[in-house]
Design a protein around this ligand. Structure first.
Ligand code: GLU
Length: 446
């Protein structure tokens, strides 16, 4: 039995009831087989055992008082997964389904994503099983303050730097920053994704979506195609979908769908111009996203309760959440002649669906590579805060574009090194892993 298979078995036995974590561990480690074959010293130094065990896992109570005066209790998490390359870095997710498996899957992915950026950041992730939907602004503030009243002791600018993720945007980061500053008496850039008035980075909101489209452009160009004139099916309606739709339009392509909890919208004219900004309004309005869009733009068709994967397009960019593309969806895409899938959300495609797509000639750009622009710009925000300087939006987007081009190049170089053809998933995993593994080898057994 190979080192990878043996460790995957042990991991499954040790982490029962963590399907999302085991899913990403299987996907990453399986693609690293050639690296372990070529580097027997990694097994000797127990790299898999060490990289799959978080350096620290923090779980805590978050008590808060709702608007009716009732005491509520949520569960908070921070997984400090790997600090070989720098302080733990990764977002906080507030959603009712957040549990240890979800936070560990996100934290594990973050190690490799952050490594791919080429910047000095380790991997971490956190959040709470708190549902921000339907909460008043004051409830959100009280929750964020209580969350930070525990989290502050575990984080710091050189220790662990949280940011946003699903359910956590500039508003929530602002409330957490305010509380951190009160307790620590330190204005030190410990959180990223802050509003610009609070030391946040110009362009950070756009960064994830813009980065995804830069990556997609590199991917298409590599296969002799261009983004120009392409119809793109995207899912989601949040920050990532918004930035993606915006950059697609700037580069001559157009998003023709969005999706929300109530279904999806097909807008053949394109989710372009003022409609992109309307997404921002929808985002802050709650659960029904598609119904109001269809009402405002009557040429758009609303498909209640459905996902957009049966719509014919040149490129698919899932931007919602994990595991939104299953094999049945992949079959529809292939039947429609799909050639390219670029993952915007973290792990949006199941391992079985990825296998089906790749076996049917679809090029899959993995989220670890494609959506790394968000965290890359978070690291630029850390640099801005540490230097007590302000970067302009132009400077930020130039750095972002270079980072995304380089991520694609590194992934292709890894494919070449290990004879993996155009398998961008394996290429990204290997390029990210090699950087972390090198650093871990230098740091001794720790
Ligand atoms: N949550 C984002 C991600 O999945 C951003 C993390 C960050 O900026 O630290 O990469």
């Amino acid at each position: 039995m190979s080192y990878v298979s043996e460790q995957l078995e042990k991991l499954a036995a040790k982490n029962p009831n963590q399907p999302e974590f085991l899913q990403t561990a299987t996907e990453v480690l399986t693609s690293l087989e050639p690296v372990f074959d070529a580097n027997p010293q990694y097994e000797k130094m127990a790299l898999i055992e060490r990289i799959t065990e978080p350096e620290r896992q923090i779980m805590f109570r978050v008590p808060w008082v709702d608007d009716n005066g009732k005491v509520q209790v949520n569960r908070g998490f921070r997984i400090q997964f790997n600090s070989a390359l720098g302080p733990y870095k990764g977002g906080l997710r507030f959603a009712p389904n957040v549990n240890i498996s979800i936070v560990k899957f996100l934290g594990f992915e973050q190690i490799f994503k952050n490594a791919l950026t080429g910047l000095p950041i380790g991997g971490g992730k956190g959040g709470a099983d708190f549902d921000p939907n339907g909460k008043s602004d004051m409830e959100i503030m009280r929750f964020c303050q209580s969350f930070m009243t525990e989290l502050y002791r575990h984080i710091g600018p050189n220790t662990d730097v949280p940011a946003g993720d699903l359910g956590v945007g500039g508003r929530e980061i602002g409330y957490m920053m305010g509380q951190y500053k009160r307790i620590r008496d330190s204005y030190d850039g410990t959180l990223t994704g802050k509003g610009v008035p609070n030391g946040g980075l110009a362009g950070r909101d756009e960064a994830t979506g813009y980065g995804i489209v830069f990556y997609a452009r590199e991917m298409l160009n590599h296969f002799g195609e261009s983004l120009e004139g392409k119809k793109v099916v995207i899912s989601g309606f949040g920050n990532v979908a918004w930035g993606t739709a915006k950059k697609l339009e700037q580069l001559g392509a157009k998003a023709i769908t969005i999706s929300g909890p109530d279904g999806y919208i097909l807008d053949e004219e394109g989710v372009t111009g003022e409609k992109i900004d309307y997404l921002l309004e929808l985002r802050s309005s709650g659960k029904n996203i598609c119904a109001p869009y269809a009402e405002k733009y009557p040429n758009a068709k609303f498909f209640p309760g459905e996902k957009p994967w049966g719509v014919k397009a040149d490129l698919y960019i899932p931007c919602a959440t994990q595991n939104e593309i299953h094999t049945a969806d992949a079959e529809k895409m292939v039947a429609n002649g799909c050639k390219f899938l670029c993952e915007g959300a973290n792990m949006p495609t199941t391992n079985e669906a990825i296998e089906y797509l790749q076996n049917n000639g679809v090029v899959v750009g993995p989220s670890k590579a494609a959506n790394a622009g968000g965290v890359a710009c978070s690291c630029i925000e850390m640099a801005q805060n540490a230097e007590h300087l302000i970067f302009s939006e132009d400077e930020v987007f130039e750095k972002l574009e270079n980072i995304m081009v380089n991520i694609f190049k590194q992934s292709m170089d890894a494919c070449k090194k290990y004879n993996l053809g155009d398998n961008l998933i394996a290429g990204a995993n290997i390029a990210g892993f090699e950087r972390v593994a090198n650093a871990m080898m230098f740091q001794g057994i720790c």
